[in-house]
Design a protein around this ligand. Structure first.
Ligand code: FRU
Length: 456
């Protein structure tokens, strides 16, 4: 009797992924804290997403690599943690590669290893007291069970709290290249033939950024097969330049991409079966009150480099797979009202900008405004100037339980916003003063957690 009475409150609690505040298409840990995405790699027919995780609480601590897998970057399933703290420290951020040529000897050529390169944060747990931050390997041939290298670390301490190794394969010089955060806004590039022995190559400066580097090459769209290198820092700033296998020579200043109130420590996939450069960020102010989990990840985006009068610049768009969650197109119910009962919205706006007037998109009660004369795009306390392209304002707005992700100006501007829900009808209201003409398309989104069972 007594036991049954005690069990009742637990039974009436909502199941994971159905809680009122639970993001429905942004990744969250089933329970506990999450920060940086780590080890983004496509392996064994699945997208792997590792993440900085506190399995024991909803605040930062006990850093462990949590692990989730997905067939399509949209539907995720959280599985057993991949890498746990040890005598070298707790497990800070890093990356993962597929060692196809078995340079490390950790797999075979027929069965290559997924190799994770992570920071052991010495001094952050009892067992590692007094030790520095170093870089280590853990590998797996099945994508489920990970074994740390017995002779870790593979890279000793360089300086300060050096961390967040991001590793790529550099084909022209036949070696692995690691970008590593050193201190301040300085990063190191290192090279290795086997992922085990590393030598220092050069140093990169990224004004306005520290931590979590990324480094990759992209073709410049509209520039006849020209390739350029992008060096990326934790705050979402990047520099475009060239790389000769030793030195990155920046050809631009440090350029911001993120004009929202959230987003940090983004990382791109090592590989993508469709050849894209796919990125995921951490929504770093996503504080969910009174929930079993905390923080969320941004939706996966595709990065491209396009040719502009100022030189090659990054463009950021949500991955096309997001359309897998679309329900049937919503019809306008008069006076610019598009009802979406679930409150999960994917809206596209393409409107001719009049000389005067204001446009407001009110999504579940949250206002996004655009002022025609000044070209100011605003949401909450954030604003950015978005010049019309061919006379038009083009926006994509994704609305989840507690976030709005706004993409503008053909992907030149991304404005991710974390905002807890406010009262009001669920859906999108388009309010306008002035003569705005064009198209507004609203799709409802389905939950990414299948059959409400969640990513188990
Ligand atoms: C960035 C960061 C990384 C570090 C990790 C620890 O958010 O501070 O530099 O590896 O988080 O969780």
């Amino acid at each position: 009797m007594l036991l049954a009475a005690l069990a009742l409150p637990l039974m009436i609690q909502s199941t994971p992924y159905e809680e009122p505040l639970r993001p429905q298409f942004h990744f969250t840990a089933k329970a506990g804290w999450l920060n940086d995405p780590n080890g983004l790699v496509f392996f064994g027919g699945e997208y792997h997403l590792f993440f900085q995780h506190n399995p024991f609480g909803t605040q930062w601590g006990n850093m462990t690599w949590g692990h989730a897998v997905s067939p399509d970057l949209v539907h995720w399933r959280q599985i057993d943690h991949a890498i746990e703290p040890d005598r070298l420290g707790t497990i800070f951020s890093g990356s993962a590669v597929v060692d196809v040529a078995n340079t490390s000897g950790l797999g075979t050529v027929g069965k290559p290893a997924l190799v994770c390169i992570y920071t052991a944060a010495g001094g952050t747990n009892e067992a590692s007291k007094g030790q520095p931050f170093t870089q280590c390997l853990a590998s797996s041939t099945d994508g489920r069970i990970f074994a740390k290298l017995p002779d870790n670390p593979v890279l000793g301490h360089l300086e300060a709290e050096n961390r967040d190794p991001k590793v790529l394969w550099h084909e022209p010089t036949g070696k692995w290249v690691m970008a590593l955060f050193l201190d301040g806004n300085r990063y190191a590039l290192l090279g290795s033939k086997d992922l085990r022995a590393w030598t220092r190559l050069s140093t990169v400066e990224m004004p306005g950024a520290s931590e979590c580097p990324d480094f990759f090459e992209l073709p410049v769209v509209g520039d006849r097969g020209r390739m350029k290198w992008v060096f990326w820092g934790g705050s979402g700033r990047y520099r475009v330049g060239s790389f000769d296998g030793t030195t990155f020579t920046p050809e631009t200043e440090s350029i911001p991409t993120n004009f929202g109130n959230t987003g940090y420590a983004a990382q791109t996939y090592f590989n993508d079966p469709n050849g894209r450069r796919v990125q995921i960020a951490w929504h770093n102010n996503a504080n969910f009150p009174g929930t079993a989990w905390n923080q969320e990840l941004g939706i996966p985006t595709e990065l491209t480099l396009v040719s502009t009068p100022d030189g090659p610049r990054l463009r950021i768009h949500p991955v096309s797979e997001l359309a897998r969650l679309h329900g049937p197109l919503v019809k306008e119910q008069g006076s610019g009202w598009f009802p979406v009962e679930s409150g999960l919205i994917d809206a596209t706006v393409s409107l001719e900008v009049p000389p005067t007037g204001t446009l407001a998109l009110v999504a579940n009660g949250q206002r996004i405004t655009y002022d025609a004369p000044s070209h100011d795009l605003k949401c909450l306390d954030r604003s950015v100037r978005v010049a019309p392209v061919e006379g038009r304002l083009r926006l994509r707005v994704l609305v989840d339980r507690a976030s709005l992700e706004i993409f503008a100006q053909e992907g030149a501007v991304s404005m991710p916003i974390f905002a807890l829900p406010v009262d009001g009808p669920r859906g999108l209201r388009v309010e306008r003063t002035g003569a705005w003409t064009g198209e507004v398309k609203v799709y409802p989104l389905n939950s990414a957690w299948p059959a409400h069972g969640g990513a188990r």
